[in-house]
Every structure is written in C-alpha cells, then in structure tokens.
Ligand binder design. Sequence first.
Ligand SMILES: C[S@@+](CC[C@H](N)C(=O)[O-])C[C@H]1O[C@@H](n2cnc3c(N)ncnc32)[C@H](O)[C@@H]1O
Length: 216
Amino acid sequence: MSSFIVAQAVEDYAAAHTSPAAAHLRQLAAETRKTLDSPQMLTGEIEGRFLEFLVFLAQPQLVLEIGTYSGYSALSMAGALAPGGRLVTCELDPERVAFARRHIAAAGFGDRVEVRQGPALATIAALDEPFDLVFIDADKGGYHDYYEAVLPKLSARGLIVVDNVLWSGRVAQPPADDDTESTRALRAFNDHVAADERVVNVMLSVRDGVTLVRRA
Ligand SMILES: C[S@@+](CC[C@H](N)C(=O)[O-])C[C@H]1O[C@@H](n2cnc3c(N)ncnc32)[C@H](O)[C@@H]1O
C-alpha cells in the first residue's frame, strides 16, 4: 500500500504545482536517502511546504517538534519563523541528531533551531514557555502521551499538528487480528482527539494524513 492517501499520479501533480523546496532542503533529502535508514520518514516537499505555511500564518515564538529524524520538517518550518521565533526539535537517535545539527548549521539556522537529544517527554517536561505550534511526528505508540503532555502547555492560540494519522489508510479499515501496534495506537489516538471536548480538530488527507488541533 502506498504511504500516500491520494493516487501517486495526483500526489506527483500536486508536488509539481507546489513551490519547489529550498536548495538546502533538497540537499538534505538527497543525503538522507543516500546515508540514513528509513528515508520514507522524510516529510517531503508538499508536507514540508504545508508546515512552512502554518508557521508563516501562526507566527509562533516557540515551535516544538517531536521527532527530528534528519531535520527536513524542522528546517522547513524554520524557514518561515518570524524574527525572535525559535524551534526546539526532539530526537532519540544520536546519528540522526548529528546529521540534523550539521544540516541546520550549514543552512544558517543554528541560531533559531535547537535539536535536543533524548526522550521527547523529558524535553517537553523541561520546557517552561508556552508552545505556539507543536508538530508530533515520532513513535506512533507515544502519540497519546505527547498530545496529553503538550496540550496543557499550548498557548491560547496554539496549534498541534499531528502526522501520519491516516497510516496509509489502515486506520480506516475494520480492526483485524494482524493489525500492528502502530495501527492500533493511531486508531485509539484519533478516536481520543475526535472525542476530546477541550479541542477543535480537522483531519486532512495531506500525504499520510495530518490532523490540526486547537483549543476549543
Ligand atoms: C517519522 S521520524 C520524524 C521525521 C521528521 N519529522 C521529518 O520530517 O523528516 C520519527 C523520529 O522520531 C524519533 N523518536 C522516536 N521515539 C522518540 C522519542 N521518544 N523521543 C524523541 N524522538 C523519538 C525517531 O528516532 C525518528 O527519527
């Protein structure tokens, strides 16, 4: 099954009609595919541009990203930060942390983007300022806990953006015995958000599914 929700030809057409990514993002993506494992985790050009638009509109002072990988989404969002805005991104894996830090510095964003190595929940607990925009894109089994940890720290007009909520469409199939832990976790997470009276949300079929959440 494709990791995209819409047909590949439609996805390609949308990509061809989206402003191209900056050269430093294309370089990062090419080196990620060549040297890191799991390059399918890159958010890619459409979702990267979408995230950049959200930052452009929200003008956040503090963006929190949960799941850095090689830094593509972090650098996409950083491109639209207003003066004074900053982004903290969380990553467990030291090789990915080093890769992302190198590309962030080379692109000239080292003053605004900080990669924190370690479990995201510990990084969230250590941050005191309100989050204006949070991008959740780490282990799917952790989504519920990340959401519950960031929601109380969300600023009044803050936005939570959650990736992979459609999980190649598997969450929309009837539950089956051979469902993976991630499929089960994402189904439960999506139900939790939809029933949560503290928030308003919209689930979009961008790439692998993106949910936007704000306070009610
Ligand atoms: C889907 S990738 C992130 C992709 C990235 N946002 C991008 O667009 O390129 C998820 C990342 O989350 C990291 N991760 C998994 N569990 C984590 C945790 N508990 N704390 C921090 N990072 C974690 C993984 O090592 C992996 O690199």
